[in-house]
Write a protein that binds this ligand. Structure first.
Ligand code: CDP
Ligand code: CDP
Length: 205
């Protein structure tokens, strides 16, 4: 089954692109960040204990990915801490691979879809934007949801998360060698989707 892998840093717009590509092709869609957020949320008070995170990941169930609290920056921060633990990543691998095998095709977005989860995906996108633009997008999104937030705090948090995600030893945030780089700092969501679709369409039979 064809897989579209969409990777990139926080608030680059990868989720929006992934959702729209899935709707366009009639494919299923998985936001893999939610898996790490769910595990991070379960152990949010025990983030220094890797065994707790590993046990939560081994007990992962898709029902754990529901709930508005998972969208919070606290959950994002917890996710980025526990996602550096190799056993946590290993425990979440089978679910992602089996999701990716679904008919008639799947779109997965995350950090390591094109490099680790689905290295044979016929379409790989690596979505980026400057960290200032990304912080602005996340800020606007939180305001729209009625969550008061401070731009400077979001910016500092994203810089921290980018560093942790890029520097970890296991499955760091990195573009696959054959990924199409989509720099969206100067694009709105419609323009970014149009560019992603122009790359993907000829590669999806
Ligand atoms: O939406 P946003 O990009 O802010 O975050 P997310 O995609 O929900 O991911 C939250 C955290 O989970 C990231 O900072 C990563 O540390 C981790 N993650 C990962 O390690 N691998 C993935 N495939 C997806 C997320
Ligand atoms: O999944 P990820 O964290 O990479 O980002 P997202 O949740 O898809 O997008 C973050 C926010 O940026 C959303 O409110 C989008 O509407 C907005 N946005 C975008 O996705 N793409 C652009 N080119 C510009 C803004």
């Amino acid at each position: 089954m064809p897989v579209i892998a969409v990777d990139g840093p926080a608030a680059s717009g990868k989720g929006t692109i992934a959702k729209r590509l899935a709707a366009h092709f009639g494919f299923v869609h998985l936001d893999t960040g939610l898996l790490y957020r769910a595990v991070g949320w379960v152990v949010r008070d025990r983030l220094d204990d890797p065994r707790a995170a590993i046990a939560a990941a081994e007990a992962f169930d898709v029902g754990m990915t529901c709930g508005d609290e998972l969208r919070s920056e606290d959950a994002g921060r917890a996710a980025s801490k526990i996602s550096a633990i190799p056993e946590v990543r290993a425990a979440l691998l089978a679910f992602q691979r089996s999701f990716a095998g679904q008919a008639p095709g799947a779109v997965l977005d995350g950090r390591d879809i094109g490099t680790v989860i689905c290295p044979d995906a016929p379409v790989k996108l690596f979505v980026t934007a400057s960290v200032e633009v990304r912080a602005g997008r996340r800020h606007k999104e939180l305001q729209a949801r009625g969550n008061p937030s401070i731009y400077a705090e979001i910016l500092a948090d994203l810089i921290d998360r980018d560093r942790r995600d890029s520097e970890r030893a296991t499955a760091p945030l990195k573009a696959a060698a054959d990924a199409f780089h989509l720099e969206t700092s100067m694009m709105d969501a419609d323009q970014a989707f149009a560019a992603a679709l122009a790359f993907a369409a000829p590669r999806i039979a």
